[in-house]
Structures are given as structure tokens and as C-alpha cells.
Design a protein around this ligand. Sequence first.
Ligand SMILES: NC(=O)c1ccc[n+]([C@@H]2O[C@H](COP(=O)([O-])OP(=O)(O)OC[C@H]3O[C@@H](n4cnc5c(N)ncnc54)[C@H](OP(=O)(O)O)[C@@H]3O)[C@@H](O)[C@H]2O)c1
Length: 364
Amino acid sequence: MFWVVWSSESLSILTRLNNRPSTVAHLETDSLTSLLLTSQFFVKPVPPPDSTSFVGKTALISGSNTGLGLATARVLLQHGLTRLVIAVRNVEKGERAKLDLRVEFPGAKIDVWEVDMARFSSVISFAKRANSELERLDVAILNAGLIKPDWALTGDGHEEVFQVNYLSTALLSILLLPILRSTTRNADSVARLTVVSSTMGLISEFKNRHAHALLKSFDEFDTTKTWSLQDVSDRYAVSKLLGMMLVRQLAGAVPSKEVIINAVDPALVKSTGLQKSMPFPARLIGNVLGGLAGRTMTQGAWAYVDSVDGKKEESHGRLVRNWGIDPGHPMMNTDDGKKVEEKLWSETIEELDKVAGVRAILGL
Ligand SMILES: NC(=O)c1ccc[n+]([C@@H]2O[C@H](COP(=O)([O-])OP(=O)(O)OC[C@H]3O[C@@H](n4cnc5c(N)ncnc54)[C@H](OP(=O)(O)O)[C@@H]3O)[C@@H](O)[C@H]2O)c1
């Protein structure tokens, strides 16, 4: 078991373990090693308090057929969640998860809805369905994500990890705002939107951040060259940093009394599916690290529940990590980083407005 299971981010760990500290435009970020040492060995995972209640509430979790998404569904249901939407790209896998959950939680209403984050059209159809069929949406956890050993463009013309982990996550976040806002208006608590990030995002070098056409630069690669292990690691890491920037910009556009929006880092969690697509040596090392120090999926789910329930307005626009509010990537607190973030946001809105008219939803 020890050798077989996990480690979600083993490849990244393999390629970065000796960066200490890493240098990002003259900023010293903590090394992955020190960040992980703290979270894995010195932070005790905290379960949600017994008083936590999702009775009467509806939650939607993308990528919840397996891994952290499924574990989080289970914890929410343990705390009385009334309705769950399992949002998955493969409905058959989602139905299998639903069968298991129905045995454990026969009283809950559980739906499986299709959403493929690698296709804008699928994200748009899914959001339309959520806005028209759900009476309320109290909690949306945008958890679907991947790491990929090879370079590939989606049918929408974007590099796949960039689209799934960032662009489609941004699109879905914005398209769910109407139902989240209306839930807040009609309920006695504020609806929640949480984007799943990663410790890897905190050490991203974001090398292309000064590219003239920033979004486009993620989709350009000379395919006569090899997409290296370092490229794989960098791409995943930057996609998770972009998610943190997205959350801060969204929180600037949406007041916390309408929807509380934050990001969460579950830290290193063992036994999830991310490692499956990794090349052998990285997977092996990841298995060792995960076996030694990985959180369980339930503990990772506790971190998610802390971000959607434990933390309140103070987390709006911020990263929830290790059961506290994290200062985030040092770059995000520099003038240069803020300019990059604004450019990213403006290009993102321009792109997403073409596919789904997001400006009107944001009142821009
Ligand atoms: N495990 C960790 O240590 C760790 C640490 C930090 C952050 N995270 C983040 O936690 C999240 C969950 O990861 P996990 O560790 O639980 O891995 P996982 O078991 O591989 O789960 C990933 C989920 O995302 C779904 N997904 C991937 N591409 C998708 C697409 N195009 N459309 C819709 N769904 C898609 C997967 O669906 P399929 O089953 O169909 O592939 C799966 O349900 C990810 O965002 C990951 O980056 C994980």
C-alpha cells in the first residue's frame, strides 16, 4: 500500500525538492520543502466542529466522483447536507459515487450532472442547468483539476491544464454567481464559492507573466520540443497560482455580503487520482512522501469544509490553508504582481465575455 498509493503532486515534489528557497523575480518564496514540512508535520488537521450543519443546504462539487471531491461530499453529508450535485465529466463514474453515498446517506437528494471543464460549451450548459433547476446553491466547490504529462490543446484552443484548472474554473465561478447571489438573498447565511488551489501555486515562478498577450502565452508551445517534467510541474503550479489571483479579483467584484469567495489548499493528500498521469520515477517518490506525510482524503476534506464554513468574511479573496488565512504568494503583494494580476483578470474577462457574456453578470 505504502508504495502503491498516492501523492498528488509527486512530480512537482521530485522536480522542486531542492529549490530552497526558490527565487521569483527577486522575491524569495518559501521552498516547497519547508511549506510541506510545516503543513504535513506541524499542523494537526482539524475536523469541522460538531455544531457544523448543512441541513437544508445544497452543495455542488466539481470532480466529486473521486478523490478530495468525493471525500468532501461525504463530510458535508455527514453534517446534514440536504442536496448534493456531483459535477463530473464522466457521468458513469459519478453514478458509481452516488450509489455509494446513497447507501450511507439515504435521506439526502443526490444528483449527478455532467460538466467537462475542458470544454467551455459544457461549462455553460452546466451553469445554465444549475441556475434553472436548483432552488438554491449554498456551497460551490470548484475542485476539478488535473496535472498532465503531455502537452495538448483542447477543442477551444487552450492548453488543457490551463483551461481546466484556470479558465473554465473562472468561467464556472462567474456563471454560478446568479444562483449563489439569489440563495444569499433568500437564506439566512451567505452563499459560498471556493476554488481549490495548491501549495504548488505558492512557489510558482510564473515565468511568462510579462508576456504581451498573457492568456495566449499559455497556449503556445513549440511541439517539436519535449514537454519536460519541469514544464509539467511549472504548468500545474502556475495554474494554481492563477486560481488564487482569480479569487482575489472576483472578491473585488462581488461583495462578501453577496457571496463569500475564497481559495483553499488541502496540502499534500495521499491516495487521490492525480498521480495516475505521472511518469514512473516521480510517482514512486511521491508515493514515498505521501506515505510518510500525506494527509488522508478525509483530512483534506476537513480543510475544504473549513474554507466553505469555518472561515467567514475574513477569507473573502484569500487563500485558506492549514486552518488559517495564508498570506499567499509573495508576488501577489508586489506592485509588479498586482499589475500582472490585473492584466490576467482583464484578459480573462475579455476572453470569457466572448464565450458567455460574463461582464453583465459581474456588472462590468
Ligand atoms: N491530492 C493532493 O495532494 C492535492 C493537493 C493540492 C491540491 N489538490 C487539488 O485538489 C483537487 C482534487 O484533486 P484530487 O487530488 O482529489 O485528484 P483526483 O482524485 O484526480 O480528482 C480530480 C477530479 O477532477 C476531475 N477532472 C479532471 N479533469 C476534468 C475535466 N476536464 N472536467 C471535469 N472534471 C475533471 C477528475 O475527473 P475524472 O475522475 O473523470 O478524471 C476527478 O474527479 C484538484 O484541483 C487538485 O489540483 C490536490
